[in-house]
Design a protein around this ligand. Structure first.
Ligand code: SF4
Length: 153
């Protein structure tokens, strides 16, 4: 929405303009707060004490901008379905928090579920960069090959 006019060219009401100004102000403050945090905790980010990267923190701002149509939805770097799984309290097993369940541990063994034809096909065909669910994702997990090797006993 452009301040002052609707998409059809009609004028916005004073309340709509006020609401948009407040929203823009809140977004600007959020972006500034994130940058302030990145600056304040620079040493902790650099040392790895704070695990997330500045890029991932800035993505929070980008996500909210996209949510209100002010930016493109951009999928994060993520390999969650290839390195992890989500088991819900119901027993449902998902490849990550947002994609549909592929089985239930009360009916099948966990290894059967994650190695089922459906799960293998899902992982073989998922393109995180273009998948619509991934493009709206607020969380991501990326485990590098190096991290996997370091975790081995
Ligand atoms: S980007 Fe999000 S929705 Fe897509 S696989 Fe990763 S965690 Fe799941």
């Amino acid at each position: 929405m452009i301040l002052g006019h609707h998409a059809d060219g009609a004028m916005n009401s004073v309340h709509e303009v006020e609401a948009e100004c407040v929203a823009q102000d809140a977004r600007a403050r959020r972006a500034v707060e994130v940058e302030r945090l990145i600056e304040e905790f620079h040493a902790d980010l650099k040392s790895g004490f704070v695990v997330e990267t500045p890029g991932k923190l800035r993505r929070i701002v980008q996500h909210f901008r996209a949510h209100i149509g002010r930016a493109e939805n951009v999928a994060p770097r993520c390999n969650a379905p290839w390195v992890s799984a989500v088991i819900e309290s119901s027993g449902d097993v998902r490849p990550c928090f947002f994609h549909p369940a592929q089985g239930n541990i009360h009916r099948q063994a966990f290894t059967e579920i994650i190695n089922s034809p459906e799960a293998l096909s899902f992982r073989a065909n998922l393109d995180v960069a273009t998948n619509e669910i991934c493009k709206r994702c607020v969380c991501s997990l990326y485990v590098s090959r190096q991290a996997e090797n370091n975790a081995k006993p």
